[in-house]
Design a protein around this ligand. Structure first.
Ligand code: ADP
Length: 176
């Protein structure tokens, strides 16, 4: 009888994807990428980049805490960790081989493709996969959120509720 090579079922492999970014702040566009990735991967690790030479609106640990709180309901399927240095080193530490990135428009593509190529040179075993943003999220970016929130505008359509609260606290505090 012919031997059948079975395709491994999802239960036999546990695939974790790493979703890296600055997330300053985390938006509904980012949250949607994580949620849709969970339909494909067993776990997603949100990697919060800390670049010591950059100034952030939210400190590293605050970004981590806010994102973790947002995904609390999903238990251990979503982990949030900060990292600095090379993305491929962080990915290696997690044991994952998948980097997940989001694409909003053609304008994202050049930079994203370049980073994916650099990362492949550095770590050929790591694949970068892209999810396109939902149409209704394609206008959302962390910098637009910051610009609108700084001027006292409503960003509740653009960020998860917990981030919206944190932004309000921050700007109320700054206004004093
Ligand atoms: P970085 O500083 O690494 O670009 P960001 O926090 O700005 O980090 O974005 C992280 C990832 O999320 C990037 O791949 C970016 O293209 C993607 N992204 C940003 N905004 C959205 C959005 N509205 N919808 C889908 N993906 C997004």
């Amino acid at each position: 009888m012919a031997k059948v090579n079975r395709v491994k079922s999802r239960n036999q492999t546990n695939i974790t994807a790493v979703f890296p970014g600055s997330f300053d702040p985390f938006t509904k566009g980012h949250a949607d990428i994580v949620e849709r990735a969970l339909a494909i991967f067993d776990r997603v690790i949100v990697g919060v980049l800390h670049n010591p030479s950059k100034t952030y609106l939210f400190e590293e640990q605050e970004r981590v805490a806010l994102i973790a709180k947002h995904f609390e309901r999903l238990g251990d399927r979503v982990a949030v960790e900060s990292f600095s240095g090379l993305l491929v080193d962080f990915v290696a530490r997690t044991g994952s081989r998948v980097v997940l990135r989001g694409l909003r428009a053609v304008s994202d593509f050049d930079y994203e493709a370049q980073m994916a190529l650099v990362n492949r040179r550095l770590a050929p075993q790591v694949e970068t996969l892209f999810l396109t943003s939902r149409e209704e999220h394609s206008y959302i970016s962390s910098s637009v959120v910051k610009q609108v929130a700084t001027l006292g505008g409503d960003v509740s359509e653009m960020v998860p509720a917990i981030i919206n609260q944190a932004l309000k606290r921050l700007y109320r505090h700054r206004a004093k």
